[in-house]
Design a protein around this ligand. Sequence first.
Ligand SMILES: Nc1ncnc2c1ncn2[C@@H]1O[C@H](COP(=O)(O)OP(=O)(O)OP(=O)(O)O)[C@@H](O)[C@H]1O
Length: 986
Amino acid sequence: MSSGWNDGWDDDCSVISDKGEIGFIDFADDKSVQSYDINEEGSVIISVPFPFTQGKPQSILVGQTSKWPITLENTTDEPVELWGVRIFCSNPADSFTLSLMEPPSADTITKSENSQGFLEGYSLEDRVLQSQQTLTIWLSCKPKDMGLHTTVVHFDVDDNRIERVVFLLAEDSISRSLASTKPYRRAPRRRNQFAVDEYVVSSRPAKPTKRGYKCKIAEYPIPKHIRELIENKHVPDVFAEGLTKENYAAFFSTLLTMEEVHLEEEMRTHNMECVMMRRKGPQFVALEVPGLAERRPSLVHGDFIFAKIASDNSDCPAYQGYIYRVEADEVLLRFADKFHTLHRDGNLYNVHFTYNRVTMRRLYQAIEAAETLQDNLLFPSESTKRTLVKTAPIVPCSGSLNAEQMHSVEMILACKGAPPYVIYGPPGTGKTKTLVEAILQIYTKRKNGRILVCAASNSAADHILERLISNENVKVKESEIFRLNATSRPYEDVPPDYIRFSYFELSVFKCPPLQALKRYRIIISTYMSSTLLYTEDVKRGHFSHIFLDEAGQASEPESMVPIANFCQRETVVVLAGDPKQLGPVVFSKDAESLGLGKSYLERLFECESYRNEDDNFVTKLVSNYRCHPAILDLPSRLFYKGELIACKEDNSFSITSNVDFFPNKEFPVLFFGIQGCDEREGNNPSWFNRIEVSKVVDIINKLRASTDLNESDIGVIAPYRQQVLKIKKVLETWDLLDVKVGSVEQFQGQEREVIIVSTVRSTIKHNDFDRTYCLGFLSNPKRFNVAITRAKSLLVIIGNPHIVCKDPYWEKLLWHCYENNSYQGCPPPERMDQGFEESFSETGVSNEVVEDPSWDEGTWNSYDKRVYFADVLEARQHCGFRLRNRMTRTGMKKMMMIVMVMSVMGHRVFGDSVDCMKDCNHSCGSGFWCNVKCEWKCIKSATVASYEPLKAKTLTPGGVNPIQFGLGRTCTMWVMRMSGPVRYYF
Ligand SMILES: Nc1ncnc2c1ncn2[C@@H]1O[C@H](COP(=O)(O)OP(=O)(O)OP(=O)(O)O)[C@@H](O)[C@H]1O
């Protein structure tokens, strides 16, 4: 009796009906997709069209007709009646057709539903399927666009209905070229699979500096009692007191320990059993590490692992192996010579990862050093006074500045020492521009000024370097500006134009010696890499100014790395950031909620002078110069109480007017709905969606062909590393190397004329996974905010609307586009209207008669009212309607009662059907009302409130809900609204 539908598509698949509602089908275990090969008597075998291949829907090409024969075999000795074969619904509508003859290629013989519900050309006489007779029907699909195509075919045989549900994935050649060749298999992982008390040591890669560090960072071992407390889930006492001057170091070091214990635990989950390594050159072996792309585990150059032959022989020693290089999905390791001599590529090893404490030790050191800072840096209060020195009026060197920006620059020049000066404001309000202006002013006006600029990520730091060196009015000397890179940063990661501002040997970045460092007037680094200056013995007070950009993104201990190590009484500290954009990345949820998730910038606002926006302490910027007003409107309302002032000159029309795919050329935010599939390959747990990759490239090519946009004007944001890599790979084949593709984190602080966002997800159930690992876009308002505020003139979102709408922010964006006629692609999901629940009541049947002026008897007999009601109900006020004098008119032997659930907006309809059979004396002469509050099958219950004499009737979930009218026929009934939370299935 099985159709084979439940034997599993590896990844779940979300599907929508022709009317746009979604079903999330877990092919592995959901019985709702099961259909039956034979009817109830076991007499007719109906084959399954387009069966899955390797657990996945078949792939078909856009623009080509794909066809499949469906056979109906009467295996009994009796004839059976075949009442009808019809396409019940398709998505996209009309994408599937049925025919009795094999379609030649593209042409169809029959429309998806004809008036009688029978195949055209299949005459009344033919309705009997004789004993042992087999009838072949062709189902074909000609997709116009990429994405999932679905259809439900109904076969009415005798008194039974048999259903076939079909899924096809329409693709083009680009997405096909990205199809995974290795099916995803989660790598086997074990914890603590071998003890590493003893091991054969290896030699570590060359240290970043042969000179050795002048100032070493201590070990900061985790105190045993703290570890025990944390491992036993006790909350250490220090948190009961809250953060104070006295417990500053203890408070933060306990938070860091919580994070560290969590990361150690997390690292153990990545241990691997029975894996192979590949010899790579005479010196190295390569180990493939699933999850490396997503930093799970996070491994960098200089880390080490342990490997032991996977055998029970306890004499086999464990070997220590140092990581010499980290590549996309593998690490190059060097073990002791003996290991390499004995190694064979077929050997199986157990691998044990170790947690690298270097970053944590730097943070422990910073917070320890912070305890000796002045109070007005760590805990400024209302009574804290600001010392200002007189300065001459400034002439901006980077174009025009608005009044608030000018004020900030003047304040920075006038400040002497603590407390920190803060520039904060929403995206694109010129925080970085103001910092850059202030840096250039200090550079030109203060010959003794020494500036340290820190940013939260390498790309943000590169961006500041770019702005500083490209200023037209101030030429910063190359010998006076330095970009300090971490040793672990891959050389190729640095844009070639900036390499000359760095120091490296054999393509490995290094920190120059102290004497060289002292010659630079501007040093730019990430927060963490600024430790390198400390280890080179740069002293407190060396820098006159410390600028921290994107300060909302750094945890307080991270901000303390530059502040605590280099601040002295007169050092001016300036922070710029926005607490509504990306915050610190913290893996331990406890540590995050207890304080590690709060940035130093955010904590400063607990002090009244900052909170009250005292202009001696803080400047708030609200004029946005980056984004077109249509791009800005939603984030302004969602995150900034509508305060943002759009100042960007509107030049987006020059882009949209020349490109044909914009439905509303005045509105440069386009949501392109596409039902792709999110998948993984090999052992790599990172996600990609090749259908979206192809769409991204298609849009870039169209933009390039029709506008004068340069490659570098376009940015693509995707939430998963694999998607980023796949997009880059295809762009390479098109020679589009200057299109920046990266994560939201890599775009924070940046902007492009055009931003294309690929949301990737097409399966809802992975949302929790994303939340746990801080991945993806959904459930992360800050990431959403950053992603949609990078575009200057045009924002294009490519995603599955049925998935993104599960997040309230993305949902708002989706409908924002929809309402502005800027939605394209697959039908969007049903829109739940808040007013709906109130407007609907079980007894509140409207007395309004819904009449279609064009409805005459002939129309009724044509039995095609679906469109009729769908149209009528777009008026959307009706909770009930009347069918008058219809039943006696039908001469049809059998009709299906169809319950249509109309969405609130009336545009999208979820269709379902129910056979209705029950004695009822209703003459139908006066018609009836139906008012259905339903959660039937997809919905829990449905109430038919009938016009007398038919009594109100509750339709129960899932089963047949019989109601029979006059002639012993079932009839068509239309139900308009649904209520309550709904899970949808086909
Ligand atoms: N006063 C101004 N006049 C004209 N353009 C400006 C002005 N201030 C900023 N801009 C422009 O606005 C854009 C955004 O500026 P900037 O990147 O400094 O903003 P931000 O606040 O740092 O953004 P984010 O929060 O995203 O990091 C840049 O193109 C910048 O040149």
